[in-house]
Design a protein around this ligand. Sequence first.
Ligand code: NAP
Length: 300
Amino acid sequence: MPEVFQLGLIGHPVKHSLSPLLHEAALLYLGLKGEYRLFDIAPENLESSLAEIAKRGLRGVNVTIPHKQAVMPFLTELSEEAGYVGAVNTIVFDDGGRSRKGHNTDVYGFSKSLSEALERERIDTQWSKSVVVVGCGGAARAVVAGLCELGYFDISVYGRDSEKAQTFVSSLAKSMGSKGDLLLQSNLLRVIANLEDENALRNKFLLVNATPMGQDSKPLPDWFSACVAKLDRRALIYDLVYSRMDMATPLEDLAQSKGYASIDGLDMLIYQAARAFEIWTGRAVPAECMKEALERLGRC
Ligand code: NAP
């Protein structure tokens, strides 16, 4: 184990990331030496920049948009979760950077934060075990894996592009099918956007927004607000988006105004970071220390 933990984030862009704050709080809490640096890497430079970073003696990096899937061919090994999700958000370097193992801690971040929210909000999951996921990108893959880990196998995914939605379902059905009796369906977003199927939302106990809609406080499209209103009042609304300031996301605002329980993506962000930190350092860090760092900045 290195005595100084050189950590970082690769993505494009990366400058607004909260990850340095979370990981530096963890280093400080545990009295470990190290730093967390941001590497803005354009997609066309991914392979060469990763090789260069790996040689520099870093313990590991987090991976964010747009590299979570693109980085996989440049790794030497995948964890079981990264393999079945088909996306990587954490890399560990060993052997002078020659060994590069990819992990996916978003799955843990999502499942841990969801199970806590279900308990905190006393969500009744007896009447329905069905979930609707809006979006079919990298984060949605971790969401589906996290739902399966918690035993929620009836999942309807809505995407803008039918080809992407179908590829999403076929690849995950193959990799996740062994985990349980998976009923994963893909649909076009317009089915719920135009409220073409009245039952598409009514019998779901959970709606997950796995798109950037509402990010940076941008107003939600009207169709999305109309969808939310179709959910059963007992449903939980989970917005993967999180606000950088101490305020609710537009989807949370809407959920609260209509009387739904809701959660934003901040807890997922914290838990995925805590798990990545443990993988790199071998030391468990309480999520509280990361939450407090966010609170000090007025962001939690
Ligand atoms: P991604 O791979 O780019 O996927 C985004 C998905 O959203 C795609 O299906 C995309 O459709 C769809 N989409 C984008 N804009 C849309 C719009 N205006 N209307 C409808 N659909 C739209 O991104 P990602 O990595 O999955 O991230 C999605 C969101 O989750 C981001 O806001 C990200 O910050 C957040 N996230 C949060 C955490 C956390 O820890 N809280 C972790 C990961 C991600 P197309 O493919 O057709 O473009």
